[in-house]
Design a binder for this molecule. Structure first.
Ligand SMILES: [Zn+2]
Length: 345
């Protein structure tokens, strides 16, 4: 009976759940082609008695629509998904996808390089907190209260309290104080770290940057030791033949104090934009540790002397890679950072 066949095939179609494009094609061949089941049912319909034709015709048309819509939906599913699932299934003949490797940040690269040079000279690495009290950031370093030198560094204060402000450290010199307080000479250490200044952000200034400071305290340490150490450092970092010169300067925590220039890395001293035609660029400040600082840290300044120096890692990096905008270091732009991939160590 036609009615039974329609019922039976309707159940089959409703349960039809294709797993591949081949299943969909088999469905089409079975039901929809000119020698398929639907066509044969319509042939059979011709033999149905006239009084049953109306009801049976409706049932047959609904069955046909069901089969067609099932086929269209199944076909859509497998043509839309035909590209992506194949890849997911794992076509072993496809070329592999490369791993996206990150790269070291240029500041980390240069910091590492600086640390390595001083390590060879016997300097250890010392670190300290970024939130400091007034004593370690200022007073112990010979910045008396109300001393105008405090204005040299715009400070981010966390808590203002009489005589003992809490602030973000403005330099890593605070680590030198902590180190000297905690031990006995000799000290030979470098202090790399992040420091903070309350400055407007521009291409040439930022509210945070990185320093490496160095400290050497022992008996009979002289300015000659300071000069030779820094000269050696520059030869290692910028290459043999790089010249240095020292200019008198002022820092509260060193006496005498100096700023050190190196012969311009770009023009080799002939004059260019970077060195503003002078042939020299400043890279760090240094000096003999002020006896007051030693005494503040309970070190006998009659017996011991020392030198200290400090440099901005950003400045050293700018000179090395000719980077002109400080903001690039903290914007996390992969177009900038990926340029240092080859420097991966
Ligand atoms: Zn130059």
């Amino acid at each position: 009976m036609l009615q039974d066949k329609i019922k039976q095939y309707t159940e089959e179609i409703e349960q039809f759940s294709p797993a591949s494009a081949a299943d969909v094609e088999n469905f089409r061949l079975k039901f929809l082609v000119s020698k398929g089941i639907i066509k044969s049912l319509f042939e059979e319909f011709k033999t149905v008695p006239n009084e049953e034709k109306k009801g049976m015709g409706k049932a047959l048309n609904e069955f046909k629509q069901l089969a067609e819509s099932k086929f269209e939906n199944a076909q859509l599913e497998f043509t839309q998904a035909s590209d992506a699932p194949k890849r997911q299934e794992g076509d072993l003949t496809l070329p592999g996808e490369g791993f996206q490797l990150g790269s070291r940040h240029p500041l980390s690269l240069v910091r590492k390089e600086i640390v390595e040079i001083f390590k060879k000279l016997g300097f250890i690495v010392s670190e300290g907190p970024e939130i400091e009290d007034d004593w370690h950031n200022f007073s112990a370093l010979n910045f008396p209260p109300e001393h105008p030198a405090r204005d040299m560094q715009d400070t981010f204060f966390i808590k203002k309290q009489d005589g003992n402000d809490i602030a973000l450290r403005t330099h890593t010199s605070s680590v030198q104080v902590r180190m000297m307080e905690a031990g006995r000479p000799p000290f030979r250490a470098i202090m790399p770290g992040r420091v903070y200044r309350n400055e407007a952000i521009s291409a040439r200034a930022h509210c945070f940057f990185h320093q490496v400071e160095g400290l050497y305290v022992d008996e009979n340490v002289s300015f000659a030791d300071l000069k030779q150490t820094l000269f050696h450092f520059v030869q290692e970092l910028y290459g043999e033949g790089t010249r240095v010169r020292f200019r008198p300067s002022y820092f509260p925590f060193t006496e005498p104090s100096a700023e050190m220039d190196i012969s311009c890395t770009i023009c080799k001293g002939n004059g260019c934009n970077l060195c503003k035609g002078s042939g020299w660029v400043e890279i760090l400040g240094c000096g003999m540790v002020d006896p007051n600082v030693l005494e503040n840290c309970n070190i006998d300044s009659k017996k011991y002397s020392g030198f200290a120096f400090g440099m901005g890692i950003e400045r050293i990096t700018n000179l090395k890679y000719e980077i002109k905008d400080l903001r690039l270091f903290s914007e996390n732009d992969s177009r900038f950072l990926s340029q240092f991939e080859t420097e991966m160590i």
